[in-house]
Design a protein around this ligand. Structure first.
Ligand SMILES: Nc1ncnc2c1ncn2[C@@H]1O[C@H](COP(=O)(O)OP(=O)(O)OP(=O)(O)O)[C@@H](O)[C@H]1O
Ligand SMILES: [Mg+2]
Length: 398
């Protein structure tokens, strides 16, 4: 009968010091050294290897391995092996896939000690060219209630099987591995978020500042071309205008590249729906959203960025000023133009409108930058407000 850990599932054991039962001070010292290595500046694979090597030495096993579960938590995504030679690994030809005893540890993440690995009913047997192994100690790598993988040791030196003390040491090392794995995943996540933020900020700066300035400079030069008498000078200025146009076009494609594929693969439609959903808690109800036409195909990224900013401000105004009970966001696209309407049934933005607000002015500015218009009128039945933002769409941008 396989030997389940005597401590597994014993509630009294949970409250005991995890290292109670380890008498040998040298082993405790070695354990501390192994755990402290986590704070060293090692990459995750190097750190995991270090943990397995420490386990093999400390627990006196012939072989040690550490498997990290894949995202679905059913198979092994990574496997670190200590004790086998490169030739042995090559001869087996593949890494363990998480079947048999390893699979059992994945399904039931509790320490498991076996005197004879092959005798367990769940044993799959070893693949061809696998060195024979008998005694086995496996412990889950977990942090709180999340299981990251398992640490395994086989073939205890000088004894028929692994001891309780061995198990306690393995659990401690597995705890260290759990912290290391979570650390590295969190770090990767933070870096990813920072990258997305940086890209968005750079794209926004390029768009809102650099392109606008170049555009204004180009317009200024263009209007002076006609006033220059010297034809050579006029031609030179016209060339500069063309160069500015070309530069703007290049910056735009850089902006597309920075933003695409849209974060998390979201399309403009998705972004608009997300915006409506985000506004719901502040409104007290979910806005209705209607689309018409090929929004995701016809609307360039630049116009899309403006559109999202416009809808966000229009919805914010409904929240702050309208006292509405219904809102319709209506985005309609033809091959020639885009019309975005936000209609509410609130108090209306009539004559009492507070002057000096920046929101509507920026909507107008955004429309005019793209050659379009902004109109603020009454809602559908003469109640409330409709904000109508219209811009032409051209095949070549913006
Ligand atoms: N949906 C609406 N319903 C009622 N009044 C509105 C609505 N939208 C705008 N208004 C009126 O128009 C004014 C100007 O809006 P605008 O967005 O320009 O400025 P604001 O919202 O007051 O301030 P901010 O500069 O923060 O946007 C508002 O103060 C409000 O009186
Ligand atoms: Mg506003």
């Amino acid at each position: 009968m396989p030997l389940r850990s005597p401590n597994a599932g014993d509630p009294a054991h949970e409250h005991m010091s995890p290292l109670r039962g380890v008498e040998d001070p040298d082993r405790l010292r070695a354990l501390v050294a192994a755990v402290l290595a986590i704070s060293a500046d090692l990459s995750l694979p190097a750190l995991l290897r270090h943990i397995v090597e420490s386990a093999v030495t400390l627990i006196d096993a012939s072989y040690g391995a550490l498997g990290v579960l894949d995202a679905a938590g059913v198979g092994l995504a990574e496997f670190v092996n200590v004790g086998m030679t490169a030739e042995q690994i090559a001869a087996i030809g593949h890494l363990p896939e998480g079947h048999g005893i390893l699979g059992l540890l994945i399904l039931e993440p509790e320490p498991l000690r076996l005197a004879d690995l092959g005798a367990h009913p769940d044993s799959f047997g070893f693949p061809e060219h696998h060195p024979p192994m008998r005694s086995f100690l496996g412990v889950p790598i977990r942090l709180r209630d999340q299981v990251f993988g398992n640490l395994y040791l086989t073939d205890k030196h000088g004894a028929g099987e692994f001891s309780n003390e061995d198990e306690i040491l393995a659990v401690a090392l597995a705890g260290a591995a759990g912290v290391a794995i979570e650390n590295s995943r969190l770090l990767a996540r933070v870096q990813e978020l920072r990258l997305v933020e940086d890209r968005e900020r750079i794209a926004a700066d390029l768009h809102d500042t650099v392109i606008q300035r170049l555009f204004a400079t180009g317009l200024g030069l263009q209007s002076s071309v006609g006033k220059i008498d010297n034809p050579a000078a006029a031609a030179r200025v016209q060339e500069a205008v063309d160069e500015l146009d070309e530069t703007i076009r290049q910056i735009r494609s850089t902006i597309f590249a920075l933003q695409g594929p849209r974060v998390g693969g979201r399309t403009l439609r998705d972004e608009i729906l997300a915006l409506a959903t985000e506004a719901a808690p502040n409104l007290g109800f979910e806005p209705r959203v209607r689309f018409e036409g090929l929004i995701d195909h016809r609307v360039s990224d630049i116009v899309g960025i403006h559109l999202l900013a416009v809808l966000r401000e229009a919805l914010a105004n409904v929240v702050r000023h309208a006292g509405a009970s219904r809102v319709l966001v209506d985005v309609s696209v033809t091959s020639d133009d885009l019309v975005a309407k936000v209609t509410d049934d609130g108090i209306g933005a009539g004559p009492g409108r507070r002057p000096g607000g920046k929101g509507l002015a920026s909507l107008r500015h955004r429309a005019e930058t793209l050659g379009g218009t902004l109109e603020v009128g009454e809602g559908a039945d003469g109640n409330g407000t409709t904000v109508r933002w219209w811009v032409p769409l051209r095949a070549d941008g913006p």
